[in-house]
Design a protein around this ligand. Structure first.
Ligand SMILES: [Zn+2]
Length: 484
């Protein structure tokens, strides 16, 4: 009898211990003190909406629409008069705004806030699917429609609106606030934020913390937390590289084809990327933080699975492979994006080329990726002949224990009380990568709540933001600027 009781106790402990081990760490993000709440201007939303009417489009090959940028700058200057009166404002490169607001403290540290003023183009074929003109700054049913409504004019205008509000109330930060509004983030940022960063290097300006766009408040997208908004703060950014793989095989007349040729080799190589991924999935540091922040908030079963880590790591990782986001978070993705071969319909070509794109996990270098491609390509008779020189390695991972991560978390909770806070891995690129080495901490967060159905609107059709969501975004910056 005693043995049975002991066995039951042991089983219960094994079942419950992993769950008990996971303690919520969300409490540190409850606002430790409240900031002054200032009234936003009534016209804030209209000012923002008009900002979307300037076609500050970034495209390749590079053609900058100077008139659009000049128009936008004029609009900013008339809309934010106190900002233009009190800040030191310079134009860097051709159309990047660099602003400075000096702090009052004798030990003032430098903080940098980044956003970008350029937007992606609208595919003309999709124009008819828009519920409002993408470059008219229209407000329909309380939504502001247009390119930049989410990415990233919302952030630029929100920052300026809250500054205008604070400065009109004679507020001054204790630290030095710098602002960078880039001109070409959507094509890598080299001519905008890149030039601003070079200027900082030259002048020896470094930053305590850099804040940029990227992670949002995810509503319904985090598995296991479908009913809770989760603020995802990018603490690292994946790298980027494209490689070209070439295959050469004797070609010939298509009337008597061989069983092997350059197209077949390329196709076998491409298929292998999917069926037998070059890299195995793994947890990087941002994902470790993601799990420690969110697992304690999940259901008993999921807590149990996460609590038993590292025993359950492979189970969790294999689960992640079920979705494109999960795979992107845990692997060096590898996908063919361009293929080419052939000159005539009745000639079997003697060469083919495949361009593949990889987003690089923290911890890997560009060389690691090129080597891995070379190894895989050689199994199919291919060679890596070229890779783009504008590739960038992954960024270092910033701490999610430090003061400004907590400040950021508290400002999120002050504005969006329901949201859980978590570090995250940014999958795309942001302007902040240009500032690598100029700060130990870079946090990428855009204070907008997005549901799975909102996500395709970014760079897609019907990009829009609710007028109240825009005002919340402004309130978030009001809180963050004061909290820092
Ligand atoms: Zn962006």
């Amino acid at each position: 009898m005693k043995k049975i009781i002991l066995a039951i106790i042991a089983i219960v402990l094994i079942a419950v211990l992993p769950v008990l081990k996971l303690q919520s760490i969300q409490e540190k993000y409850l606002p430790s003190e409240s900031t002054t709440s200032y009234e936003l201007r009534n016209e804030a939303t209209e000012i923002f909406a008009k900002g979307l009417s300037y076609k500050t489009i970034s495209q390749v090959p590079r053609m900058i629409d100077s008139a659009a940028f000049e128009g936008l700058f004029e609009h900013l200057q008339t809309s934010f008069p106190t900002v233009y009166e009190k800040l030191q404002i310079d134009t860097v490169s051709t159309h990047t705004l660099w602003m400075k607001l000096g702090g009052s403290s004798t030990n003032a540290e430098n903080m940098l806030f980044i956003s970008h003023l350029d937007v992606v183009p609208v595919d003309p074929k999709t124009m008819k699917d828009w519920e409002a003109e993408p470059f008219a700054g229209e407000i329909v049913d309380d939504y502001v429609y247009g390119r930049g409504a989410l990415d990233d004019k919302a952030s630029a205008f929100g920052i300026l609106e809250s500054l205008e509000t604070l400065l009109s109330n004679d507020w001054q930060p204790s630290h030095n606030f710098y602002f960078c509004f880039g001109q070409d983030e959507e094509i890598g940022g080299r001519n905008g934020a890149g030039v601003a960063a070079a200027m900082c290097r030259e002048k020896g300006i470094t930053f305590r913390t850099i804040f940029d766009e990227a992670g949002t408040i995810s509503v319904g997208s985090v598995p296991g937390l479908e009913n809770t908004p989760v603020a995802l703060i990018g603490v690292a950014e994946k790298g980027y590289i494209s490689v070209e793989v070439n295959f050469e095989q004797p070609g010939g007349h298509s009337s008597m084809p061989d069983t092997e040729n350059a197209i077949l080799s390329a196709s076998a190589f491409i298929t292998s990327l999917n069926e037998e991924p070059i890299f195995s999935p793994e947890f990087t540091e941002p994902l470790q933080g993601f799990m420690t922040h969110l697992a304690p908030e999940m259901s008993f079963g999921l807590k149990w699975a996460f609590g038993l880590r590292p025993l359950t790591n492979s189970l969790i990782l294999s689960n992640y492979q079920g979705s494109s986001t999960g795979r992107a978070l845990t692997t060096n993705t590898a996908v063919a994006t361009m293929v080419g071969a052939g000159i005539k319909d009745n000639v079997v070509p003697s060469s083919s080329r495949v361009v593949c794109n990889t987003r690089i996990l923290p911890g890997y270098s560009i060389e690691d990726i090129v080597q891995a491609y070379s190894k895989r390509a050689s199994q199919y008779g291919g060679t890596v002949s070229w890779y783009n020189d504008y590739g960038s390695g992954p960024t270092p991972t910033s701490s999610y224990e430090g003061k400004d991560f907590i400040n950021l978390g508290q400002s999120i909770r002050a504005t969006f009380p329901e949201a859980l806070i978590s570090p995250y891995l940014t999958l795309g690129g942001t302007d902040s990568k240009n500032f690598e080495g100029l700060s130990d901490q870079t946090y990428r967060f855009l204070p907008i709540a997005l549901t799975p159905e909102d996500l395709p609107r970014i760079h897609g059709i019907n990009e829009r933001i609710h007028v109240e969501a825009y005002r919340d975004l402004c309130r978030f910056y009001l809180d963050l600027f004061q909290r820092i």
